[in-house]
Design a binder for this molecule. Structure first.
Ligand code: PDD
Length: 287
């Protein structure tokens, strides 16, 4: 297969040829932000929303956006066109650039802009039908989880705890309340009502989270965005995780206890079907 083409600071090139200096602040300090945008049948899904969140992350670390939304769109479309595979996951990373190591921001340094494409692997049918196991942990990350920062050590440590336990994700609590999972947002169902934590500095404002809310509203599924206690999660009828790559997945085991009846619940099955329809409709409009 032809080698994967990436974009780095103005040029497209094979992945093996892409190089950055070791003094890049992304490498030295984790000083940068990122995005992950799915492309279905080569159509970018919710790109304007992802670019808006990228701007929010850049503003949050006081890094001027190196590109306008139009430029990002053209760069991304070109990257998708140059890579094989109809369904792709596009990764963007912007760092504060290359400078002598010092914590404070360097002056007059150009940001590093990197983009790559990976095959978009959505969950296999068996996972959709049977659900996934999750464990729980204390959310020990920092207090700016709304920024999609490349400083992901906390998330990596948490995700590895899940992998070590044979689970798909870690559902996290901070001060007794649900935040999110290590690489996804979390929804629960109680008494037939869909619940999710509100958007604030403790969670990433998921693009999929917004899609789920739009679908819930359009289909008159009762929904409340509010703080959710650990007890409410542990006694929920259903638990879901959502992300651009997982879409929506049912959690059927939490810390070895079955969730609800131990299989994906009725509201999950409804939402999953709506999500697939929503995606198809968006793609048809884009085609
Ligand atoms: N992660 N919360 C966290 C901590 C995440 O890392 C992600 C996604 C989400 C869901 O956001 P969205 O619906 O916009 O994908 C929530 C991406 C996929 C990643 O890091 O690879």
């Amino acid at each position: 297969m032809a080698s994967e083409i990436v974009y780095l600071n103005g040029d497209y090139m094979p992945l093996e040829e892409a190089r950055i200096p070791v003094l890049d602040r992304g490498f030295i300090f984790g000083d940068g932000v990122y995005e992950v945008v799915p492309a279905y049948s080569r159509h970018l899904f919710r790109l304007p929303q992802h670019l808006k969140r990228l701007q929010h992350s850049l503003d949050g670390i006081r890094l001027p956006n190196p590109h306008s939304d139009d430029e990002w769109t053209k760069l991304t479309q070109e990257l998708v066109a140059r890579n094989a595979g109809d369904d792709q996951s596009i990764y963007y990373q912007v760092t504060r650039g290359v400078a002598k190591r010092a914590h404070e921001f360097p002056l007059n340094v150009k940001p590093t802009v990197f983009m790559m494409s990976n095959p978009l692997v959505t969950p296999p049918r068996a996972q959709i039908d049977q659900g996934v196991a999750c464990i729980t942990a204390t959310d020990f990350r920092w207090l700016k989880c709304d920024l999609k920062s490349v400083s992901l050590l906390g998330n990596c440590l948490l995700k590895q705890m899940a992998v070590d336990a044979g689970a798909a994700e870690v559902v996290m609590f901070r001060d007794g309340y649900l935040t999110e999972a290590s690489a996804s947002n979390v929804f629960i169902v109680r008494n037939g009502v869909l619940l999710a934590p509100p958007k604030n500095h403790l969670v990433l404002p998921g693009i999929t989270y917004d899609v789920i809310i739009e679908i819930a509203n359009a289909n008159k599924i009762p929904l409340e965005l509010r703080e959710i206690s650990e007890h409410e999660v542990r006694t929920a009828e259903e638990i879901w995780v959502t992300s651009s790559t997982k879409e929506v997945l049912g959690v059927t085991k939490l810390d070895d206890e079955p969730v609800g009846e131990g299989k994906p619940g009725p509201l999950f099955r409804r939402m999953h079907a709506h999500y697939q329809e929503f995606k198809q409709a968006v793609m048809r409009r884009a085609a």
